[in-house]
Design a protein around this ligand. Structure first.
Ligand SMILES: Nc1nc2c(ncn2[C@@H]2O[C@H](COP(=O)(O)OP(=O)(O)OP(=O)(O)O)[C@@H](O)[C@H]2O)c(=O)[nH]1
Ligand SMILES: [Mg+2]
Length: 252
C-alpha cells in the first residue's frame, strides 16, 4: 500500500483534491481508499472508507471537558495518535493499493503538534509521500507566494516526507498562474517582483528568506491543478508515480 497525505492551509482544497485523486486512480484501474483524518469536518465531498470521527468525537469532547471549539480541536488532534491501532486495523481491512489521507483544516494542529508526525511515522505503508497544496487564491503576490512556500518548507521539515507541491484553484487565477510559475523557476524574476511590491524591512526579509528557501529546493516542479475542471491531475499523477514507484524499484 502507498500512502499519500494531503496537507495545506485551511480551505486550500485538500478534501476536494482527495476526491479527485480517488476518481483519477479508480478510473485508471487502481484500488483506492480514503482516510479522513479531520475530526472536525462536517461534510466531505467523498465517501470515506476510514474515518477518524468514528473514534474521536469533537462534540462529546466539548461537553465532557467544557471546551470551546479550538480547545476541543486541539484535544481531538492530540487524540489521533492514541487511535492509531484502530485506524491501522481499519486500513488493513480495506487494504487498498493507494491510501489517500485527508488531513485536518488546521495545518498547525496536524504538522506542529506531536500527533500528526507520530501518525505518519507509525502508519504501516510501503511508501509514503505528501502533497502540499498552495492555495492559488492566496499566492497571487510575490510576498504571499514566499510566505506560503516558507510554510510548505516548514511542514516538509516537520513531516519528514517527500513533498509534491501543487497550486490549487488554478481555474480562479487566470494568467496569474504563468507569473507564479515564472517566480517558482527563476529567482531573479521573483526578486524583481518582490522589489516592486515591498521595500525596507519587508524587502530584506523576503529576499533573505527566498535565498534560504532556494537552497532547500523550494517550490520545485510546482503543479497547477484545478479541482473544478480536473486540469493538472495527469501531471500530479506523474509526479506521484515518480516518487512512489522509486521505492518499488529499490525493493525489487
Ligand atoms: N474553483 C475552485 N474551487 C476550489 C478548488 N479547490 C477547492 N475549491 C473550493 O474551495 C473550498 C474549500 O475546499 P475543500 O476541498 O473543502 O478544502 P480543504 O482544504 O479540505 O478545507 P478544510 O479541510 O476546511 O481546511 C470549497 O468551496 C471548494 O469547492 C479549485 O481547484 N477550484
Ligand atoms: Mg477538508
Amino acid at each position: 500500500m502507498k500512502a499519500i497525505f494531503l496537507v495545506g492551509t485551511a480551505g486550500s482544497g485538500k478534501s476536494l483534491l482527495a476526491s479527485n485523486i480517488f476518481d483519477y486512480y479508480t478510473r485508471t484501474g487502481h484500488f483506492v481508499g480514503i482516510l479522513n483524518l479531520d475530526p472536525g469536518v462536517e461534510n466531505l465531498p467523498y465517501t470515506c472508507d476510514i474515518d477518524v470521527r468514528d473514534y474521536v468525537d469533537i462534540v462529546s469532547l466539548m461537553k465532557q471537558y467544557d471546551l470551546g471549539p479550538n480547545g476541543s480541536l486541539i484535544m481531538a488532534s492530540d487524540l489521533i495518535a492514541s487511535k492509531i491501532e484502530d485506524l491501522q486495523r481499519d486500513v488493513d481491512d480495506v487494504n487498498p493499493d493507494y491510501l489517500i489521507i485527508d488531513t485536518p483544516g488546521q495545518i498547525e494542529l496536524f504538522a506542529y503538534r506531536a500527533s500528526g508526525p507520530f501518525f505518519i511515522k507509525n502508519l504501516n505503508a510501503e511508501q509514503k509521500t505528501s502533497i502540499f497544496l498552495h492555495d492559488g487564491s492566496l499566492i497571487t503576490t510575490a510576498t504571499n507566494f514566499i510566505s506560503v512556500a516558507l510554510l510548505a518548507t516548514s511542514v516538509r521539515l516537520r513531516l519528514g516526507l517527500p513533498q509534491v507541491n501543487v497550486i490549487t484553484k488554478a481555474d480562479l487565477i487566470g494568467d496569474k498562474i504563468k507569473e507564479i510559475l515564472g517566480w517558482s523557476t527563476n529567482m531573479a524574476t521573483l526578486e524583481e517582483a518582490i522589489a516592486k511590491e515591498s521595500d525596507g524591512e519587508s524587502y530584506t526579509l523576503s529576499t533573505n528568506l527566498l535565498r534560504s528557501l532556494n537552497l532547500g529546493g523550494f517550490a520545485q516542479g510546482l503543479i497547477p491543478v484545478s479541482n473544478a475542471s480536473g486540469e493538472g491531475l495527469a501531471n500530479l499523477n506523474a509526479a506521484l508515480s515518480r516518487i512512489l514507484s522509486m521505492g518499488e524499484e529499490i525493493e525489487d
